[in-house]
Every structure is written in C-alpha cells, then in structure tokens.
Design a protein around this ligand. Sequence first.
Ligand code: GLU
Length: 501
Amino acid sequence: MSSTIRVRFAPSPTGPLHIGGVRTALYNYLFARKMGGKFILRIEDTDQTRFVPGAEQYILDSLTWLGISPDEGVGAGGPHEPYRQSERKDLYMVYADQLIQEGKAYYAFDTSEELDAIRTLFESKGSAFQYNALTRVKLRNSLAMPPAAVQELLDSNVPYVIRLKVPAKGEVRFQDSVRDWVHVHTSSIDDKVLMKSDGMPTYHLANVVDDHIMEITHVIRGEEWLPSAPLHILLYQAFGWTAPQFAHLPLLLKPEGNGKLSKRDADLGGFPVFPMEWKDSQTGVISKGFKQEGYLPEATLNFLAFLGWNPGTEQELFSLAELVEAFSLERINKSGAKFDVNKAKWFNEQYLQLQAPEELAKHYLGNLPAEQGLAFVSLFLDRITFPQELKSLVDQFIEQPATYDEAVIQNKWNAEAEKGLRLIEQALPSVLNWQVDEIKHTIHTVLEGAGIKMGKVMQILRVALSGNGAGPDLMISMQLWGKTQVLERLTAALHVFPKNS
Ligand code: GLU
C-alpha cells in the first residue's frame, strides 16, 4: 500500500446535498490538499429505494461551483473505477462470501414478518429486540440450523440476507481524530445485515470494502456516522485489514443552537441550507441555494470552513489556498457548530468588497454604460450583502422620489432649513462643471454666506432629493443624478414640503 494520503467524500444521491455535506466535502478537500494527497468522490447509491434522479449531477455541480472538485472518482475517473457503488455490485458479494467461508458472517432466512413478530414480542415484555449473540441461536440462520437444512434453503432460492457475526464478548476501540478514544462493548452492536436479499450490499459493507480497495487513509465524515464506526472497525478486523483513521465532524446546529439544523429551519428563517437551488421533481417545490441567493463561492467556503473548525487565531478571512495552509484535523471542534446566517452574510459582504468592480458592473448593471455602471458599483458596494441588490438600488436611485421620510421632515424641516434649500436651489444652476468638488464648494459657499450650518441642511437636502433620510454619499449621488435632475427634484420637494411660518 502506498503512503499517500487518500480521502473520500461518499454522498448518497438521495436528494440535494445538504450544506453539512458540503462542509464534509470541503474538510476532505482541505485535508487532501494540505497533505499532498488525493480527494476522491464516491457515490454510495446502493439503496435503490432512496435514489433520486439528478442528485448525483447536483453534487458534482455544487462542488464545481465551489471550486473543490474531486481529483479522482465520479466525474474525474481514476484507477479504481467504477466509483458508483451500484456499478460495483458483484464485488461486494465476493467479500461477503469470504466472511461466510471464514465463519465471520452467516446466512439469515428470517422473513420481515417473522422479525416484526419477534420485535413485538420483545416490546410486550418491555425490551428491545436485537439480532445478536444472545438471540441469533434461536433464529432462522446458518448458525442455528443444521448445514443440510441451510443448503436446502439456498438451493431452493429462499431469500436470505448475510449478517455479520459480531463477537459475543469484547471491546471495540479506536482513536478518532476529533473525539479521541471511543470504546464500545460488542454486546451493544447487533449483527448488522451486510448483504440484502436483493443482492445489494448495505451501506456498511460497501463502505468498508470500498474504503479498503480505494486505499482510503482517512475517513472524514459527519458525526451521524459515529455510531456506525465500531461496526466498521469490526468489519475491518473480520477482513484482517487495517482500518483508516477516523475523524467525525461535529453536527451543524440550528441558529439557536438546540438541535440539528434542518430544512424546516431554513424555510422558517428564510435562508438556504443547500449549496444550489433544488427543484423537487415530485412536488415541484423549489429550495433556496446559496448560489442563487447571491453568495459568492469564496464566501460560502470561508463560512463553511469555520462551522466546526478554527485556525486558533483572530484571522477570519481565508482564501481557499489559505484554508489549505491553515487546516488541520486537530483543530476541528468536538461540539456542534451553530449555523448563523448573519455570519454567512458578513462573509459575503467582505468578499463582495474584494470583487473586481468592473466585473460586478458588467454582470449586474450590464444595461448601463460601463462608466456609469462602475460609478454605481462604487456608490453602493458597501451597502449591499448580495450583488444582485445592485440592480434594485440603482433602479430606485434613478426613480424620482414619490414619498419623503416623514420623521426627518418633522425633525429637520424649519425656516432655516427651508432658507438653506432655497439658496442651494438658486446657486446650483451656476455650477458649470457638475462634479462632486464643485457641487460641494458651491453648497458650502452659499450656506456659509447665509450663516447656516451644513448640519442643519444636509439631511433634509437628502430627503428632498432621494426621499430617504439615509443613503450613499450625497455629493456623489448628486453628481450621478446630474444637474437637471437634481434641480427638478429640489423644486418638486420644495413644493411638497409643508410651509414654514
Ligand atoms: N453514504 C454515506 C452518506 O451519505 C457516507 C458516510 C461515510 O462517509 O462513511 O453520508
């Protein structure tokens, strides 16, 4: 076996990839890059009943959008093709057979009706049924039945499953990179099904066999798989293989911190929990995606990186390359990470500032002349969270105000302010070069001459011109509106504002 670090992201295509899954992919990617290893994408589609068309493509598209595509696997190819488990079906049977031959697994012929009946019986006695060392001797399987009877059932094609023969006594222990030592007694592990009656492997068998064959060195996955890890260790032992190093990532919690983040939280909170928009083909329901909401891929990655990991310094903004540099499994937190959408927005605002203004203008204000688009980008950039807000801000900016902020009028509109506005209205036509400096100079001069303080007039001037009490730089705004428009707006406001006695 080579010593190269090899990690895998192994989603099941059962629907849109949850943002927690994207975080798992990201941590795998970061670790692979950091260690000079390989990041593999394996599609775990052995559960035919949960297969959702389009889900695999969605996973690939999401990773592409974020720039964390796999080095090997579905969509990339590689030495262990195929990387889709449904296409590796025959392989798993060989390994299950091996365990049967070695007495480490067995055939079980119990029908689901029989098992249901036993479950009910146990429940009626106040206990829970487990298919394990205590019960298996009394059930319909190749451990409890004479070999000839077993052979007869097999020959007559009676459906069966293959179960792992979990040792009656013993302890399973492994050291997780995040959770440290995990100890479990084998009596708490039931004889899990490895092969189903439809000839398909279960997740457990396929996952372990593939991780071994694909030479996976580190299994980095969500905490929901921690309970399965002892069983996986038992499987590695049964095969005589070295288990990979495990790292179970903390859960993503609701914004309030109590319980696992769900799609319902997202719907209630109006924020996405999927990387990209997803349309349910059955119901037609569309779920929001980070991409369509206007999150930049860099911001999404940076936000996700911090959900369960921190660099141990004050630095928060990390490019993908910097994340690779700083990342380590040791700095992953044990406790759940609260999903805070305001933090996601904050990251987006930071990354928006770093975008090339020309690109933003071209993409979002492409209907305007380039120079004007650029001017609007610089006017509004620090006032937006998502780039598509530019368009509506500009539309609103261009529109003459239909209403005026009443509260500001109440507070700031008086004889002195009125005098100031009228003086400005008279002075502005003389501005020849309609640029910020000259506009500002003219307003200053005329107010100063009349002994009126700027502070008494500026906010009401803003209301007169834009309708709003707050907004982007007023002088730049005036330049962008143009002289005619500014004078029109001022005259209109002076007609509408109440008379001062
Ligand atoms: N197929 C599992 C999932 O959907 C993979 C779990 C693992 O990484 O072992 O999450």
